[in-house]
Design a protein around this ligand. Structure first.
Ligand SMILES: C[S@@+](CC[C@H](N)C(=O)[O-])C[C@H]1O[C@@H](n2cnc3c(N)ncnc32)[C@H](O)[C@@H]1O
Length: 268
């Protein structure tokens, strides 16, 4: 990702491609690694990846379950699923809403959902659906972003953008960043032995500028906010974010902690 031309909205890649080629290596891949270290998919398990996107979680889970296991990804976006398919992230991919999962009951041993639940209009319902497709004794692993104000990158972007635009549209990815609420929702859906892990993963990008450009191009919420901001103001946003994140920039590029919440639970 580069905005050398100054026109980051004219990137050759579409938003879903930028998500896969830039945001997954920068953030969603490391987050998936952390989720799977916490939930530990086992050889032979049948795994459902809810809101699978381009398959960051599916592809990693696939390595762990081996040839005897099966990974199924479900997502609302056909564009994201198209890339997941091209990357052979899962054994099967299907379009569907997490509020009405298109699978029979007790079909899976493990359900994973990374940074998808905050987008559910009714997270209670989505969690009940996840519970329903798990066999008795199955497991759930959920990952979401921690609070926006604790995420140095997003907080810097929100602060800089807030001078020029309404940043309300940046908020949906952080809708479940309250750990107590998240745990209560998972318990409320009937899960037992609910464990919360707070862990910051390393967000990596060549530079703060690259991250802002990549997020504006590949992040659905950020794209909406940035679309309303003229080019000269975008440049000022980038400059402010570069200044705010200067302490995270070193020889290996930009490395910033991204606080995340992970929840592991059992389906009784
Ligand atoms: C930030 S992306 C995360 C994708 C993937 N889990 C990852 O970690 O790379 C959020 C995903 O949630 C999907 N999504 C949003 N609402 C959904 C819904 N109601 N049902 C299924 N997927 C949904 C979007 O299409 C998008 O692919």
């Amino acid at each position: 990702v580069s905005d050398q031309s100054g026109l980051w909205n004219e990137l050759a890649q579409g938003p879903d491609e930028v998500f896969a080629s830039f945001l997954v290596p920068a953030l969603f891949g490391p987050m998936a690694d952390a989720l799977l270290r916490i939930v530990l998919p086992r050889p032979g398990e049948r795994v459902l990846d809810v809101a699978a996107g381009t398959g960051a979680v599916s592809s990693r889970a696939r390595e762990r379950v081996g040839s005897g296991g099966r990974i199924v990804g479900v997502d609302l976006s056909t564009g994201m699923l198209g890339i997941a398919g091209r990357l052979r992230s899962a054994d099967a991919l299907c379009g569907g809403d997490m509020g009405a999962l298109p699978f029979r009951r007790a079909a899976f041993d493990l359900v994973l959902c990374q940074q998808g639940l905050p987008f559910a209009p009714q997270p209670e319902r989505a969690l009940a659906e996840m519970h329903g497709v798990l066999r008795s004794g199955g497991r759930l692993g959920v990952a979401v972003f921690g609070p926006l104000e604790e995420c140095p990158t997003y907080a810097a972007i929100a602060e800089a953008l807030g001078r020029f635009a309404d940043t309300t549209a940046m908020l949906p990815p952080f809708a479940l960043s309250d750990a107590d609420r998240l745990v209560a929702l998972v318990r409320g859906a009937g899960f037992a032995d609910v464990r919360l892990v707070r862990e910051a993963v390393d967000l990596r990008a060549p530079s703060a500028r690259d991250f802002v450009v990549g997020l504006a191009a590949g992040g659905s919420s950020m794209r909406r906010v940035m679309a309303a901001v003229p080019e000269d103001q975008r440049r000022r946003v980038v400059e402010s974010v570069e200044a705010a994140l200067a302490r995270f920039q070193g020889g290996a590029g930009l490395i910033v902690p991204q606080p995340c919440l992970f929840v592991a639970a059992d389906a009784p």
